[in-house]
Ligand binder design. Sequence first.
Ligand code: PLP
Length: 369
Amino acid sequence: MIYFDSAATTLQKPPQVAQAVQRAIRTCASVGRGGHPAAMAAAETVYGCREAAAKLFDAEVEQVAFTMNATHALNIAIRTLVPEGAKVVISGFEHNAVTRPLHALGADITVAGRRLFSATDTLWAFDEATRVRPAAVICTHVSNVFGYVLPIKEIAALCRSRNIPLIIDAAQSAGVLPVSLRESGARFIAMPGHKGLYGPQGTGLLLCADGGEPLLYGGTGSNSEEQDMPEFLPDRLEAGTHNVCGIAGLREGIRFVTRQTTQRIFDHEQALLCHLQRLLRGQAGLELFCGDGQSGVLSFRVRGMDCETAAEKLAQQQIAVRAGLHCAPYAHESAGTLHSGTVRASFSAFNTHREVEQFASACKKLFRP
Ligand code: PLP
């Protein structure tokens, strides 16, 4: 199978990831629930992953909180910073993991920057929208639909200069682009473990500059005599038993990214993207969404064919892509594709130029007008 759906979840993982999951399930108990060797093995595994994440994302170890996924992390961040009905500024490319929690809070949402692949428009719109002093700015680093890399450094600088707390959704950038808690000055950075960090599903991270409000309350193995959650991180945000096996795998995923470097992974995915664009450009019947500042994600539409049918035809050729709205209706509204959706091909460090060529030939054969 050619797997081009890594923006959803990476399927090909470094072999050490599965080995670590297997080892953990045989040897690890729970963190902070005892001093016996199996509990200590769990503590060491979880701490090791926290340490590896802190290093990769330029944070202190205790600023790294484990979550179930990026959605969970974003919900904690949003619940911490956004009171009911508060003003919030978001980009025009947010995922439902951002917009649905805001909707549930009845937030007064201003959407800044609708123009695809236009950093100038995005920055100008954030500059205008943040004059009203919102409770928070929430911005995706990279659009999961179009691969548009938003000018997050500049948006972060704007938020710092206006003293507005920033939440970065790094779901599509973690492991591919530099992400720094310290340098960005962001209040929170949320990410999944199962995409560009090559960890198992059911893992995610929330980087917290300074505290946070728990979404779940329960045991932490610390301050057990108190009925309030501990004030200190990461315990404040980590109620209940950790996903130790998942975290063991995530540690190996992060180690892989650290060894490869995000720069090399990004360069590899860029090379694949450029190759695919060259092969598909000019093919009659295909509409490609390409622009400056694009990560390894390519959306397209097939004239005269709905995107689900197109993806189904590719699946019959053993090619996995994703079709539809990709849980990001705001992004499609911005690009004018809300009515149709798109077909999305997205890469990982494990894809090859040969796969790109096979994919392009399949598109030529299947989607010829
Ligand atoms: N934000 C973006 C930009 C995403 O692409 C995704 C997943 O596709 C999410 C948030 C949610 O991630 P998860 O499914 O890990 O909660």
